[in-house]
Design a protein around this ligand. Structure first.
Ligand code: DGL
Length: 381
């Protein structure tokens, strides 16, 4: 349930009925969500009411964004209504002549049935790395709505304690569940390694998939000689999570791991083909290549960005990209539960971060290879 001080509703026509308190939120969580630029393009196609429009925004509301919506609505509609459920109304609302803070009731008969398949997939990581999983999901499941959270204020997780990672993960999961997600994807090996169980407990009936389970399965099926290398953050490697996951599937395989703490900062810096990165990778790979591995798991969601370089430095070794294998697993689980989105709507992608959205945008657009239209900063905890 969305706290009311985080919900704003804008109704361009007077006769849209809004309920109050919990009823309202329940009703409107079923209406397609719009924000920022996407609004004008999507308005006609997805308006759930034939003769009226409503806009719902979830998440922390910024003055700038509300103002944008107001101006848009005032330009194209006869009347503009804002229904506020914020404890403290924003200043411009009281000044704008066309704005009302009236609240209306949505009759029972007008409720739109909840369609679980249309709900978004929630994906999260300590920062930008999980976007490699988002990119794989966009390619594998192009009609799915996605809501992403990257904890950019507190990255890296890879050097933090289990307790801290569990605590941060809980906050993120609660936030994503409030976004009404139909599945959760732990797009961070570090979180999956030490807080996977906690996330599953919190998620209840919502299916949880993670990069380690998917990567371990793919590696076990890929190796020919039974020797698998795993590279990841110190926490992931220290947790032994890959070795345990692979042993559960194929106990005959041998796993050799290497923590590569310097790679995350190098990727975040964008040094994907830099000589410094090459030498660093060479140094890290040397001991595990000496073990005669034929398969190498990229056990950190940042590392797929280094794939070309890793392939050059680990010639003859098959790389397992857990982003791709995770997207495959998500597709399988959604299909099994009849939760695949029907292929009609343009997908909605929303990105939330806990710090500096501008830096995240620059790196994220490189990760995704496309512009990020809906990006918002929120604070957790
Ligand atoms: N992307 C995270 C992972 O997959 C690593 C980044 C971090 O250390 O927070 O483990």
């Amino acid at each position: 349930m969305i706290p009311f001080n985080q919900l704003a509703i804008l109704t361009p026509y007077a006769d849209l009925f809004l309920g109050t308190s919990e009823k309202l939120v329940t009703s409107f969580s079923e209406v397609p969500l719009f924000a920022g630029k996407k609004l004008s393009g999507s308005l006609k196609a997805t308006n759930p009411y034939p003769d009226q429009c409503c806009f719902v925004m979830q998440g922390h509301v910024e003055n700038r964004r509300i103002w944008y919506l107001y101006r848009f609505a005032a330009n194209c509609c006869r009347r503009v209504f804002f229904a506020w459920f914020a404890r403290k109304p924003l200043n411009f609302v009281s000044e704008a002549s066309k704005v009302s803070d009236k609240r209306f009731r949505l009759p029972e008969t007008e409720r739109i049935p909840m369609n679980n398949a249309q709900k978004p997939i929630g994906v999260f990581d300590s920062g930008v790395g999980g976007l490699t999983v988002v990119r794989a999901l966009m390619q594998r499941l192009p009609h799915e709505n996605i809501v992403y959270f990257g904890d950019t204020a507190r990255v890296p997780y890879g050097v933090k304690s289990r307790n801290t990672i569990e605590c941060f993960s809980e906050q993120i999961v609660r936030f994503l569940l409030e976004q009404n997600v139909k599945a959760l994807v732990i797009a961070c090996n570090t979180i999956a390694a030490v807080a996977g169980q906690k996330v599953r407990r919190l998620a209840g009936d919502v299916p949880v998939l993670d990069v380690i389970a998917a990567g371990a399965k793919a590696a076990a099926n890929t190796t020919q000689n039974g020797v698998i290398g795993v590279i990841g953050t110190s926490t992931t490697v220290g947790s032994n999570a890959y070795a345990r996951a692979i042993a559960a599937i194929a106990p005959q395989h041998r796993v050799v791991s290497q923590a590569c703490s310097l790679l995350v900062p190098l990727v975040e810096e964008g040094w994907l083909q830099h000589e410094v990165t090459r030498l660093t990778v060479r140094e890290y790979l040397q001991p595990i290549l000496a073990e005669n591995i034929d398969t190498l798991v990229l056990g950190c969601t940042h590392y797929p960005l280094l794939k070309p370089l890793l392939a050059e430095e680990a010639q003859g070794v098959t790389l397992v990209d857990s982003a791709i294998t995770t997207a495959e697993e998500v597709a399988a689980v959604l299909a099994e539960r009849h939760l695949l989105h029907p292929a009609t709507d343009t997908p909605d992608y929303r990105f939330f971060v806990s710090d500096i959205p501008l830096r995240f945008r620059a790196i994220g657009e490189r990760f995704l290879n496309r512009p990020m239209e809906q990006l918002e900063m929120i604070s957790l905890g």
